[in-house]
Design a protein around this ligand. Structure first.
Ligand code: MF3
Ligand code: CO
Ligand code: CO
Length: 256
């Protein structure tokens, strides 16, 4: 069941989403060689709490941390811990806040110092593919249009699109309907409707799209051990387009 959001609810999701984005701005300053992912997570926890919100992942289905931090071959759901960040790493940080009862969910890939050209190209492709997917969003378009746009961009570069994890509705619940695949066919799938709010969060792999889950039951890694990158925004469907709800600043502050 898809819960359509009123303009008032969308503003509440935006406030939560803005805090999630600002948490990533803060985290960006911490991602340096020598810090552990656990140390980054503790600071993320305190930042979110200090701003009157709750980290949605903490205790979610038994997940033990306030963020997901996934390094290099880790695709998603990396559990922060003793792993040290090193020069050349791709560090994906996924933050979800709950502010006044509403969720905001966003991810960025950070390049640590000098990274290989291939790693940088992968991170840039993940970000570009997310924005190309988001560009498909408007009342009346189909969810398949999003996945197709992502696939059509990423695959000709020699990269692959992860199948096992999808975007999702966002609101009072962390994961609501619909599921938003990052692969698909134009003109297929559910019709988007004004008031829907969901994430677009493509995971792009350097090699094959296959992933496996480690024995901790969370950490998802590429089966071939090659790199993965991800970006995620929470977006609302509007009559003639989309509204990104996980921006650090309102668009007016960006001089638009
Ligand atoms: N934030 C992730 C997403 O984009 C979900 C993380 S669930 C957790 O949907 F339990 F692993 F934290
Ligand atoms: Co998400
Ligand atoms: Co997320």
């Amino acid at each position: 069941m898809i819960i359509l959001k009123s303009p008032e609810e969308i503003e509440k999701i935006r406030l939560s989403g803005r805090l999630a984005a600002r948490t990533l701005d803060f985290a960006a300053s911490l991602v340096q060689p020598g810090i552990s992912t656990g140390q980054i997570d503790r600071q993320i926890h305190d930042f979110i709490r200090d701003h009157g919100a709750v980290p949605a992942t903490l205790g979610y289905r038994g997940y033990p941390a306030s963020s997901c931090i996934s390094v290099n071959e880790v695709v998603v759901h990396g559990i922060p811990g003793p792993r040290l960040v090193e020069e050349g790493d791709l560090v994906k940080i996924d933050v979800t806040t709950i502010l006044n009862g509403y969720h905001g969910d966003t991810t960025r890939t950070f390049c640590v110092g000098r990274v290989s050209p291939k790693a940088r190209q992968l991170a840039e492709a993940a970000e570009k593919s997310m924005y190309l997917g988001i560009a498909q969003v408007r009342n009346g378009a189909r969810l398949g249009d999003i996945g197709a746009a992502i696939q059509e961009f990423a695959e000709p570069l020699g990269f692959s699109v992860v199948r096992d994890f999808v975007g999702h509705g966002v609101g009072r619940e962390f994961h609501e309907d619909p599921s938003v695949a990052h692969f698909g066919q134009r003109g297929r799938g559910l019709r988007m409707k004004t008031g829907m709010v969901f994430t677009v969060e493509p995971m792009i792999n350097e090699g094959g799209w296959m992933v496996r889950t480690l024995s901790d039951q969370w950490t998802s890694v590429t089966t071939d051990g090659r790199l993965s990158a991800q970006f995620e925004h929470t977006v609302a469907v509007t009559r003639d387009g989309y509204d990104i709800l996980t921006l650090s600043e309102p668009p007016s502050a960006l001089g638009e």
